[in-house]
Design a protein around this ligand. Sequence first.
Ligand SMILES: NC(=O)c1ccc[n+]([C@@H]2O[C@H](COP(=O)([O-])OP(=O)(O)OC[C@H]3O[C@@H](n4cnc5c(N)ncnc54)[C@H](O)[C@@H]3O)[C@@H](O)[C@H]2O)c1
Length: 253
Amino acid sequence: MRGLKGKRVAVVGAASGIGAATARRLAEEAATVVVADINAAGAAAVAGTIAAAGGDAVGHPCDIADEASVRRLMHFIGERYGGLDGLHINAADMQALQSDTDALDVSLEIFDRTLAVNLRGHLLCTRHALPLLLRQGGGAIVYTSSGAADFGEPTRVSYAVSKSGLHALMRHVASRWGKDGVRANAIAPGLVITEQLREHFPESLRQATLAVTRSPRLGTSEDIAAMVAMLMSDDGAWVTGQVIGVDGGAMLR
Ligand SMILES: NC(=O)c1ccc[n+]([C@@H]2O[C@H](COP(=O)([O-])OP(=O)(O)OC[C@H]3O[C@@H](n4cnc5c(N)ncnc54)[C@H](O)[C@@H]3O)[C@@H](O)[C@H]2O)c1
């Protein structure tokens, strides 16, 4: 990919799964990577693995539901690197997802927590990263959404609302700061069996998802990481304001 070498990028929600794969991929593309996560030990471990493989990465704790924590992360990036070229906001509260049912049943605690991380947290990351991007003439923000934003599922109401809201946030950012060189896009992954999901994901659901996916296989974290890298690279220079499905053709638009 063109133009990632030496770019200063951060992946928030990068201790595992899609975020960790993205941090690894960006480092393979010779970017300088900040690996941020509420799981500080996990973030440090991913950064350590990257560094051991010859990449340039550092771990940093960040709880995106906590504005002070987000501010500290962006302050750290500004102090250490003098700016930021790309931000992948990937974190979501996947624990809350397990109790996320329907509009009649879901607890307001689960609804509020889901929005606090998956949507408000993304706004906080956007708000505190933008000054770093703007002062150098722009950069790329990539949000991780989900096919759930558009599927219209009978369950996971909080998750779908949060991801749908992300599309509006992304379009707002692309429109408000596009002329300042900021690009914003969202990736909507299909089912990706991460190491976290591998153990307890029901086989029947895996097969049902595969049956409605045009690709002969389900996704990997690396499939999503590749699209993030493209969007952050110079190859993605004219892509902004888009929700991009990376889902093996689970949903046709
Ligand atoms: N795996 C899939 O099938 C799939 C499908 C569609 C969308 N997604 C989306 O992809 C993203 C990554 O999911 P994943 O499957 O890799 O899950 P994951 O649990 O491996 O990754 C989520 C990461 O976010 C971190 N996180 C959680 N709360 C946080 C907070 N408050 N502040 C900072 N970090 C926090 C977690 O510690 C974890 O490292 C999520 O946004 C998810 O909604 C996943």
